[in-house]
Design a protein around this ligand. Structure first.
Ligand SMILES: NC(=O)c1ccc[n+]([C@@H]2O[C@H](COP(=O)([O-])OP(=O)(O)OC[C@H]3O[C@@H](n4cnc5c(N)ncnc54)[C@H](O)[C@@H]3O)[C@@H](O)[C@H]2O)c1
Length: 457
C-alpha cells in the first residue's frame, strides 16, 4: 500500500493532476442508468472525453443517436456530448483501456431471500480486469455493504496481475443522486470518498471536484467508511419513514390527523426533521440498501434491529392502505370487492418515471387480489407489470397500461386512490370530478380539506 504524503509529488501524481486540469484525462463509466448517465454527462459537460459502457444494446443505440432515456438528463445534453465527440457509448469493455478513471455504477439489488446480489459488480469488475493498466483509478459508486470494494472488487481487479494501491488506485464514493430533485443535482451535492490508500482518496477527490462544486468532497479514511456512510443515509430515511408510518396507523385509530401533527412538529426550528407517511417505501435504495447492512452485520454476530423493524413496518403500509380503503368504502355502503378504483401514480415517488419496487404497484396488486377493479394513471409510467402473488413472490403475470386522466374516468370510479403526488396532476380537477378520493400522500392538501369526499391516510 502506498500511503505516504510523499507520493503526492511523485511524477505520476503530477502528471495525473495535469491531465485533470487540462482535460486530457479520459473518463470511463460502467453502467449508464439513473446514476451512470448523469455522471457521464457531468464529466462530458466539464470538458472530459467520456467512454460509457453498458451491456444494454438498446440503451447504447439510443445514446449514440443522441437520445436520453433518463428524465433528469435532457436529450440536448446527450446530443451535444455525442456530436462534440466528448461522449462515446459502447457495449465493449475494451474501450476502457483508454480511460484514466473508471466509475462503476451498476445495480446492487437483492435476491429473493433479501441477500445482496453483487453479480453486477462482479461482472463489471471481470470486464475491467482484462483492460486494467498501471495508473488507472477505479471508483465504485454502487450502493453496497462495507467491505465490498476491498473484498469483492479489488480481488477481481487484481486477477490482472496488478496490485491495488501501488499499480492502480481504487476508491469508493457513494452516489447521492436524487431523481426528480430539482434543487440538488451532481454539481451542488457534496460527495464522500474513501480510497484504499491516501493517494487513491486524493486522486478520486480531485476527479470528483471537477463536477461537484469545489470544496464539497468529503474524504474518509477507508472505502468501508464511505460504503457505510451511504447505508447510514438510507437507513436513516427508512427508519424515520417507518416511524411516521407507524404514527399514521396509530393516528388513524385515535382519530387524529397525522398530517396536521407533522405540520405542527415542523415549526420546531431544531431537533426535528419532517418525514411523511405513505403507501410504503419503494425504489432501489430505501427498501433494499438497509438489507445489505443487515446481511453484513450477521457476519459479526450482530442483528440490526432498527433496520428489520423499519422494513417490517414499511412493508405493512400497502396492506394498511388497502384495509383503510376497504373500511372507507364500507362506511359509504360499498364493498372493496368489485369497487372501481382509479389509482393515481405508479412510480416509487413523485415526479419520476422509475417504478422499481414501487409501493403504489404493491397497493394495486393487493387491491386486485382482493377483487377490486383497478385502473391506474401515471403521466411518467405508461405500463406496469403485476405479479400474481400478493407477497411479491409470484411471476409477472399481467401488464396494466396507464389510462388517460379524464373527468369521465375520474367520475366513473367509486374511489380515486392517490398513491403518488406527481406535481403535474391537477388535483383540484380530480377532487371536483371525483365521487370519493382516498389520498394516501396528502397530494390534495392545498385544494381540498378532509371531508366526506376526501379522506387521507
Ligand atoms: N437511482 C438512484 O437514484 C440511485 C441513487 C443512489 C445510488 N444508487 C445506486 O447506484 C447503483 C446504480 O443504480 P441505477 O439506479 O443507476 O441502476 P440502473 O439499473 O438505472 O442502471 C444500471 C445500468 O448498469 C447496466 N449494467 C448492469 N450490469 C452491467 C455490467 N456488468 N456492465 C455494464 N453495464 C451493466 C444496466 O444495463 C443499467 O443500464 C445501484 O447500486 C444503486 O443502488 C442509485
Amino acid at each position: 500500500m502506498v500511503s505516504s504524503a510523499a507520493t503526492f509529488s511523485s511524477p505520476s501524481e503530477e502528471a495525473f493532476r495535469r491531465s485533470i486540469a487540462d482535460r486530457t484525462a479520459v473518463v470511463g463509466v460502467v453502467g449508464l442508468g439513473y446514476v451512470g448517465l448523469p455522471l457521464a454527462m457531468a464529466f462530458a459537460g466539464a470538458g472530459f472525453s467520456v467512454y460509457g459502457v453498458d451491456l444494454d444494446e438498446h440503451k447504447i443505440q439510443r445514446l449514440r443517436r443522441g437520445e436520453s432515456y433518463i428524465l433528469d438528463v435532457e436529450r440536448s445534453t446527450v446530443a451535444e456530448a455525442v456530436s462534440a465527440e466528448r461522449f462515446h457509448a459502447e457495449t465493449r469493455f475494451e474501450v476502457l483501456a483508454k480511460a484514466d478513471v473508471i466509475f462503476v455504477c451498476v445495480p446492487t439489488p437483492f435476491d429473493r431471500a433479501k441477500n445482496p446480489d453483487l453479480s453486477y459488480i462482479v461482472n463489471a469488475a471481470s470486464g475491467i480486469a482484462p483492460v486494467l493498466r498501471r495508473g488507472q483509478l477505479i471508483i465504485l459508486e454502487s450502493t453496497t455493504y462495507p467491505g465490498t470494494t476491498e473484498e469483492i472488487l479489488i480481488p477481481i481487479l487484481e486477477q490482472s496481475g496488478l496490485k491495488a494501491g501501488s499499480d492502480f488506485h481504487v476508491a469508493f464514493s457513494p452516489e447521492r443522486i436524487d431523481p426528480g430533485n430539482r434543487r440538488f443535482g451532481i454539481e451542488n451535492t457534496p460527495k464522500v470518498v474513501g480510497g484504499v490508500d491516501l493517494e487513491s482518496t486524493e486522486r478520486a477527490a480531485l476527479v470528483l471536484e471537477q463536477v461537484v462544486a469545489k470544496g464539497k468532497v468529503h474524504r474518509v479514511s477507508t472505502p468501508r467508511a464511505a460504503e457505510l456512510t451511504k447505508l447510514l443515509e438510507n437507513t436513516f430515511r427508512a427508519v424515520n419513514i417507518a416511524l411516521v408510518n407507524e404514527l399514521a396507523v396509530l393516528c388513524d385509530r385515535m382519530g387524529i390527523d397525522v398530517w396536521e401533527v407533522i405540520e405542527a412538529a415542523k415549526t420546531k426550528p431544531y431537533g426535528f426533521m419532517p418525514f411523511y407517511p405513505g403507501p410504503g417505501v419503494g425504489g432501489h435504495c430505501i427498501p433494499v440498501d438497509p438489507y445489505y447492512l443487515s446481511w453484513k452485520a450477521r457476519e459479526f454476530d450482530f442483528s440490526t434491529k432498527f433496520i428489520e423493524l423499519a422494513a417490517e413496518t414499511n412493508r405493512q403500509m400497502p396492506f394498511f392502505a388497502v384495509a383503510k380503503l376497504r373500511r372507507l368504502l364500507h362506511e359509504r355502503g360499498a364493498a372493496l370487492r368489485g369497487a372501481r378504483v382509479l389509482a393515481l401514480g405508479a412510480a416509487f415517488k413523485k415526479d419520476i418515471d422509475d417504478a422499481r419496487n414501487s409501493a403504489a404497484i404493491r397497493v394495486i396488486e393487493i387491491l386486485r387480489h382482493e377483487g377490486a377493479d383497478v385502473a391506474y394513471h401515471d403521466p411518467f409510467v405508461p405500463a406496469i407489470a403485476l405479479r400474481d402473488g400478493i407477497y411479491g413472490e409470484g411471476d409477472m403475470s399481467e401488464r396494466l397500461t396507464s389510462v388517460d386522466l379524464t373527468n369521465e374516468a375520474v367520475a366513473a370510479a367509486d374511489c380515486v386512490l392517490i398513491l403518488v403526488g406527481h406535481s403535474r396532476i391537477d388535483y383540484r380537477g380530480v377532487v371536483d370530478a371525483a365521487r370519493f378520493v382516498f389520498d394516501v400522500v396528502n397530494a390534495t392538501q392545498d385544494v381540498a380539506p378532509a371531508s366526506g369526499k376526501v379522506a387521507r391516510i
